[in-house]
Design a protein around this ligand. Structure first.
Ligand SMILES: Cc1cc2nc3c(=O)[nH]c(=O)nc-3n(C[C@H](O)[C@H](O)[C@H](O)COP(=O)(O)O)c2cc1C
Length: 392
């Protein structure tokens, strides 16, 4: 099978990311779904991301003759097929077996970046060959410099060229929905788990074939491979200490662009530039960390202004359509990422589900650019916004 053979049928049956989410929810056990889809607390920030994106409307212009939108984008000296990438998602094997390899292959086929998480369930060595030239690596900063250097060397030796260091997890957040769903570390075989296994046979067969999810990159540094032990190790040794000195150090260790992810304050963005980082990634972690934060899209314009074009501004959190991608680009992002939509794609449709998620987003981006009357990023930035307050 190839994606081209199923593309037309899938576009009829699953034309939007929400269709992939609905099918994903049916195909994976409740605990996996809750882990993937939840925000922190009562999901207020997830909703705020959505509402804030929806507030941005444009005033379309017509009679421009034939328009063809070209979304090809240069970033850090490389050309990508669209200003769209796959954001890092940890513990992915819990949602669907081999998600990392499948999404890496999507990135390679479509010419868009795939970001492997430090706490993915597969190693850089396994995923590197699948991702080709499209590999980015995300770091939860290890306290121990030897572990830091070793993780980075493994990623770089496996072909990952762009480093993303995550700033917005100063400690693990409260994820009440995941707790209610009965998520334990390590997963316990309970009557509920057995029932979930029976009622989600495709997930169960895949998981039995691949084994229960493990934090394979990190377990390399522990003698005990038990998931609970490795998770505690991650909590104690892999985060919570990021500071500007550490960021500067990363520039010395990593041979390539370094991007700081999870930034919401213009002063942090400016500081990232002044310590020599190569990009700033505006994000509120998809609403999973701090419910008191603004929607990421609300924080974007001030950050784009503070950066003033000195380095690229990347964006994620709440992107569910090409129109959303367009909104972020219009407000100053140079490149846009999505997390859950790609994992929904794999959970819903398997091997080529990530391709389909990307195609939905890129197709919708191109379509909406033409609806607005622009054919490239420059024109999109200049397009006029419509504000309902000015209407009457
Ligand atoms: C299940 C899940 C796991 C995540 N794991 C990581 C991670 O390991 N590292 C990281 O930097 N961000 C992680 N994120 C955040 C994503 O990289 C991204 O910022 C977020 O998903 C964007 O929001 P969206 O899902 O609405 O597109 C995770 C997000 C989800 C949904």
């Amino acid at each position: 099978m190839s994606y081209e053979r199923v593309q037309a049928e899938w576009f009829n049956r699953y034309p939007a990311i929400s269709d992939l989410a609905t099918r994903a929810q049916q195909r994976i056990p409740r605990v996996g779904w809750e882990y993937l889809s939840a925000g922190t607390g009562d999901d207020r920030l997830v909703q705020r991301n959505r509402q804030a994106l929806d507030r941005l409307s444009f005033l379309p212009r017509f009679c421009k003759g034939e328009l063809a939108a070209d979304p090809k984008t240069e970033l850090f000296g490389r050309t990508y097929e669209a200003p769209l990438g796959i954001a890092p998602v940890g513990l992915t094997g819990l949602m669907w077996p081999r998600t990392e390899q499948l999404l890496a292959a999507t990135g390679k086929r479509l010419g868009i970046p795939y970001t492997l998480s430090t706490v993915a369930t597969e190693t850089p060595e396994t995923v590197g060959p699948e991702v080709g030239e499209m590999g980015w690596f995300q770091l939860y900063p290890p306290k121990d410099p030897e572990i830091r250097d070793s993780v980075l060397k493994r990623a770089q030796d496996s072909g990952f060229h762009t480093l993303v260091v995550t700033a917005d997890v100063p400690m693990a957040s409260r994820r009440e929905r995941t707790v209610r769903a009965g998520m334990t570390m390590p997963p316990k075989i309970s009557p509920r788990m057995i029932w979930e296994g029976i009622t989600h046979p495709a997930w169960t067969i895949g998981t039995l074939r691949n084994g229960l999810p493990r934090l394979r990159t990190v377990e390399h540094y522990t003698n005990n491979k038990n998931l609970k032990f490795v998770s505690t190790f991650v909590g104690n040794r892999m985060g919570g200490t990021l500071d500007w000195g550490y960021c500067e150090m990363l520039k010395e260790v990593w041979n390539g662009p370094v991007v700081l992810k999870g930034i919401l304050h213009p002063a942090d963005a400016a500081k990232a530039v002044s310590v020599g980082l190569d990009g700033v990634w505006v994000s509120n972690h998809g609403g999973r960390q701090f419910n008191g934060a603004p929607a990421a899209i609300e924080a974007l314009p001030a950050i784009a202004q503070a950066i003033g074009g000195k380095v690229p501004v990347l964006f994620d959190s709440g992107i569910r359509s090409g129109l959303d991608v367009m909104r972020a680009l219009h407000l100053g992002a140079d490149f846009v990422f999505a997390g859950r939509p790609f994992v929904y794609g794999v959970c819903a449709l398997g091997e080529y589900g990530g391709d389909h998620a990307a195609r939905i987003l890129i197709d919708d981006l191109k379509n909406n650019m033409v609806q607005l009357g622009v054919s490239n990023l420059e024109e999109l930035r200049q397009a006029e916004r419509f504000s309902p307050e000015q209407a009457f």
